[in-house]
Each structure stands twice: as structure tokens, then as C-alpha cells.
Design a protein around this ligand. Structure first.
Ligand SMILES: NC(=O)c1ccc[n+]([C@@H]2O[C@H](COP(=O)([O-])OP(=O)(O)OC[C@H]3O[C@@H](n4cnc5c(N)ncnc54)[C@H](O)[C@@H]3O)[C@@H](O)[C@H]2O)c1
Length: 265
């Protein structure tokens, strides 16, 4: 029988937004490739359920309820991770939220919330985890963040989100430069439309802004994708797995679009 090569055997991989969607798909891939996985999410029940699925794959899973906008909660969680596993090999920032308002209608509170979840959390977590990697002499550490095609093209009714994700791309470049001397590679992926609960909420809320039903809006958006469909979460996770592995040691500072040809930049 053909044995499957495991790319992350024995590594410690930490995933935020791990309760569902792309974060969960990635956590599952890490486990399939032999990693022990720390799962963080603001949704306690779901993140614990995801951890059970991961343990069934024969690796260790540590679920933690964490709001990634809180440095206090992050620091408590990292203390727990370090006392259980010591060194962290991979951080995947997958937690994110979207908006559905025109800039003229966006309240300051909504703007701040989106920036805190999508961008500030990446700074808080990357800083804390990079220090862990440096202090423990981790070889070829990896930090990967889910940005969005919205960071490159802007999206109507999605202003704070687009701007926050453009910030993620910029932070990825800076972190790539500053952490290169420690052998830590930092990259982002910029997905187009991905079949998760987040995109279904977008269809529900933004369709009416565009004068369409959610179904009409979904069909309009997918018809604009050259491949004529959304991505499945596993398709994004597959490339993030590659970026998390030793195969990608020399790739750093890039924000790569995965959008079925819609955004060719
Ligand atoms: N779905 C898409 O079409 C799409 C496209 C491009 C980029 N993205 C990005 O991909 C990432 C994952 O999105 P998804 O589609 O899987 O979304 P999702 O809504 O299915 O999952 C997001 C997860 O993040 C968690 N989360 C939200 N706020 C949090 C907080 N403050 N602290 C901790 N956890 C928090 C949620 O509980 C949820 O489990 C996000 O960063 C999103 O912006 C999504």
C-alpha cells in the first residue's frame, strides 16, 4: 500500500478561527499531516467539537476559547500552550469577520471591530508567537494569514474589510522582512469566494444592497469568476498546508491570490 508522506510530523501548529470554515479545514489538514494542533476560536462549543474530530485522527488537539482582539486573552492562551507544548512551529491566522455596509453608513464602532479582528489580531498573535519561536530556536517557523482578494481590488459594501485585509498584506511584507533573520517565513493567502458560512452571510446581507436576492447575488458573483464557482475551504487549506511545510522555507512576504482567475494580481 502507498504510504502518504506527512509534511508536519510532530510539529505544533496553532490555528485561529479554527471552529469552522477555512480555519477548521486547515486544522484538519495539519492533523492529517501529523501535527499536534492548538485550536483557538471565540466560539467555545464549536472549537471543542472541532478538537474532538482532530483527536480522532490520532494527534493531540488543544481547544482554547480566545477572542483574538484581546491581548490579555491571547497572553493567557499562549501561557497555556507553552506549558503544554513549549515551542510553536506554525501560526495560522484564520479568524476574520466581514461587513456589509457602504462606507457612508459604516459606524466607527463597526470600523474598529473589523480592524481589530482582521488586522490587530495578526499583529498581536504574530508578535507573541514569533517571540516564542525565537526564544525556542525553532527552525523554519511559519506564520500564515488569510487575507482576501478584497485586499487587492476593493469590494463594494465591504470597505473596512477590504482596507483591513490590505493592511494584512502590508504587515505580511514587514514581518517577512523583520523575521527573515530568524528563519521565520511569513505569508498570506488572498482567497476569492469560498464556500463557508461567512460567504453565505455576505450573500444574505449584501445582495439587497445591490438590489438582488441572496441567490441572484451569489449567481452574479460566481458568474464573474473565470472558473465559474466558489472555492471549497479545503482548496485554500491545501495551499496553506504547503506554505506551512518545510517545502516553503524560502517563500516569504508574499500575499498570493487564490480566486479561480477573478483577481489576477
Ligand atoms: N469565505 C470567503 O469567501 C472568504 C474569502 C476571502 C477571505 N476570507 C477570510 O478567511 C478567513 C476565514 O473565513 P471563513 O470564511 O472560514 O469564515 P467563518 O465565518 O466560517 O469562520 C471564521 C471563524 O473565526 C472565528 N472568529 C471570529 N471572530 C473571532 C474573534 N474575535 N476571536 C476568535 N475567533 C473569531 C469565528 O467564530 C469563526 O469560527 C477570514 O479571515 C475571512 O476574512 C473568507
Amino acid at each position: 500500500m502507498l504510504s502518504v508522506e506527512k509534511w508536519l510530523e510532530g510539529k505544533i501548529c496553532m490555528v485561529t478561527g479554527a471552529a469552522r470554515g477555512m480555519g477548521k479545514a486547515l486544522a484538519m489538514k495539519y492533523a492529517e499531516h501529523g501535527a499536534n494542533v492548538v485550536l483557538m476560536d471565540v466560539n467555545k462549543e464549536s472549537v471543542e467539537a472541532a478538537a474532538k474530530e482532530i483527536e480522532a485522527l490520532g494527534v493531540q488537539a488543544l481547544p482554547l476559547k480566545v477572542d483574538v482582539t484581546s491581548s490579555l486573552e491571547i497572553n493567557h492562551a499562549l501561557d497555556e500552550v507553552e506549558s503544554r507544548f513549549t515551542a510553536i512551529d506554525v501560526l495560522a491566522n484564520c479568524a476574520g469577520i466581514s461587513t456589509s455596509s457602504l462606507i457612508l453608513d459604516v459606524e466607527e464602532e463597526e470600523w474598529d471591530r473589523v480592524f481589530n479582528v482582521n488586522l490587530k489580531s495578526v499583529y498581536l498573535l504574530s508578535r507573541r508567537v514569533a517571540k516564542n519561536m525565537i526564544n525556542n530556536n525553532v527552525k523554519n517557523g511559519k506564520i500564515i494569514t488569510i487575507s482576501s482578494q478584497a485586499s487587492k481590488i476593493g469590494e463594494l459594501g465591504n470597505g473596512p474589510y477590504s482596507a483591513s485585509k490590505a493592511g494584512v498584506n502590508s504587515l505580511t511584507q514587514v514581518l517577512g522582512l523583520e523575521l527573515a533573520e530568524y528563519g521565520i517565513a511569513v505569508n498570506a493567502v488572498c482567497p476569492g469566494y469560498v464556500n463557508t458560512e461567512m460567504i453565505q452571510q455576505v450573500f444574505q446581507k449584501r445582495g439587497p444592497i445591490e438590489g438582488m436576492t441572496p441567490k441572484e447575488y451569489e449567481e452574479t458573483l460566481t458568474s464573474q469568476v473565470p472558473m465559474k464557482r466558489m472555492a471549497e475551504p479545503e482548496e485554500i487549506a491545501e495551499f496553506m498546508l504547503f506554505l506551512s511545510s518545510e517545502k516553503a522555507n524560502y517563500i516569504t512576504g508574499v500575499s498570493l491570490t487564490i480566486a479561480g482567475g477573478k483577481t489576477i494580481i
